[in-house]
Ligand binder design. Sequence first.
Ligand code: HMG
Length: 395
Amino acid sequence: MTSIGIHDLEMATGHHVVELADLAEFSGVAPGKYILGLGQSQMSVLSEDEDIVTMGAAAALPLLERNGTEGIRTLLFATESGVDQSKAAGVAALRLLGLPSNVRVVEMKQACYGGTAALQAAVGIVARSPEERVLVITSDNARYELDSPGEPTQGAGAVAMLISADPDVLEIEQANGISTTDVDDFWRPNDSTTAVVDGHLSVGAYLDALTGAWKDLEADGGPAIADIDRILYHQPYTKMAKKAQQRLREVTGEEISTALNPGDEPDGRDTGLTTGSIYNRRLGNSYTASIYSGLTSLLDHDDSLEGRRIGLFSYGSGCVSEFFTGVVQPGYLARRNPARAEKLLDQRVPVSIAEYRALHAAPHGTSDDQVTPKVTAGPFRFAGVTDQARQYEVR
Ligand code: HMG
């Protein structure tokens, strides 16, 4: 059977960054709560002329420059911070990227799980037509209310992936474990620009979904835990991955290490909890992109992945989750570029808490006519709204 999976991938994020130590000081909270308790050091913040379209297209641009556009007939754009109730964000991205008109474009939504839904749909398309390649873009701007418990878990990021036959990076395996439950742990009503969340319920729902998805993977003939070399989890904040690893350890009885922070003493087999969370610790939550930023981080920081199996647990509140696996391909070392990701994170422009709060409070997602200031250093910008339509341009 043809091997299908991720051929190449690329990350993007917002123009600004907030230090969580500054947010803790402003909020009268001990910095240790955010840095150790949540496992987050920074969060990306978008400038007024950035959104999920500009960030998603910025991630896809270098991917297409490296790989060309031949054979791409589908663009799946996964997001839960959609900018329109009808038109797919990927249609604007298609124009910005110069893709031809014979590409079908659709937006996929199920909280943070949407990216994995897009990836699995792409694998299905390539299975039917192995000469085709599918562009998957995951892009999100995670916003909670100011002064709420969720505030330090905001963030922004995008990961674009090219799905093809005979991939260079990660072959996706057939077995998968799924767990879906109707639960009100986190959602964003149509009339709200921030998420509504019952934080502690969401943590429990995530962990129960992990147990359910793991059991379903076993029932579907998936690999034994001993045959999974590295494990990645959706990371709303990196400490959540540690909680997930603890749960998987209990469920499977396998002594996998729960050491998360660099320098922590391993308490079992190292499955990449630390290496897979280096970028997310600095990005914050990037919803659909989060687990794929985790994958980028793992690939960039682990030199011995060739032939190794990675388990990926993708969770989207509400809730839908999936545990699936992939095998790292020999081409991954030539594809990865840690310096590129470090530069992306380092070159963000710091903002004070006052500036961040003003950006958060600025009109968001309205259809009132507006012209945005020129701020972003990215390749594309959101120029404003004319006659209720969002305008995008190449910078
Ligand atoms: P909270 O209630 O303010 O925090 O908000 P807490 O009191 O639970 O403390 C957090 C941790 O910090 C605790 O550790 C404390 O002990 C520790 P834990 O018990 O969890 O191991 N702590 C300290 N550690 C060191 N030094 C200190 C200190 N003080 C306390 N001085 C909460 C936490 C996660 C609830 C909040 O941030 C929130 O609501 N976040 C948003 C929801 C969320 O991220 N949920 C995660 C699961 S759901 C999910 O992943 C889906 C999602 O991505 C959405 C989607 O799918 O689209 C969110």
